[in-house]
Design a protein around this ligand. Structure first.
Ligand code: CA2
Length: 146
């Protein structure tokens, strides 16, 4: 059976590459996912990519990944990072290993972005490297799984 990893993106990340390039870069989400699929192929993994602007759909995606036997997730929860106990409970409830991933350095931004509801239940956190954050998170997850 193929070893599959969830690449999960939260609200507004579908807008990547269209606005605020000075904060989030100029790559689109499709570009990032395509790069991860290539990386995954080289490492012998498959990628399931999901983006949603809805908190409940993100919870469902975590449940489905665990139920389907995916091995872990690279997860950029967007602004839900700072608010969502439901996503935190989904991670602890499924036991799915998750690497929290952010394009921007949230700690160098507004105070409200300094707090994450999720970091404490994640395997680790990668912030601040633009699209490279995803690739670092992906490799860190694979290293953990191996
Ligand atoms: O830095 C990150 O990856 C964030 O998760 C991005 C979220 C933000 O709320 C978090 O604090 C940090 C926002 C994503 C919005 O993405 C956009 C992309 C292009 C144009 C507008 C929004």
């Amino acid at each position: 059976m193929a070893r599959e990893i969830l690449v999960l993106n939260g609200p507004n990340l579908n807008l990547l590459g269209t606005r605020e390039p000075e904060v989030y870069g100029s790559e689109t989400l499709d570009d990032i996912v395509e790069g991860l699929r290539r990386l995954a192929g080289e490492r012998g993994f498959d990628v399931r990519a999901v983006q949603s602007n809805s908190e409940g759909e993100l919870v469902d995606a975590i449940h489905a990944a665990a139920a389907d036997g995916l091995l872990g997730a690279v997860f950029n929860p967007g602004a839900y990072t700072h608010t969502s106990i439901a996503l935190r409970d989904a991670i602890t409830g499924t036991g799915l290993p998750v690497v929290e991933t952010h394009l921007s350095n949230v700690h160098a931004r507004e105070e409200f972005r300094h707090t994450s509801m999720l970091s404490g239940v994640c395997l680790g956190v990668v912030v601040g490297f633009g699209p490279t954050s995803y690739r670092l998170a992906f490799d860190a997850l694979i290293a953990h799984l191996d």
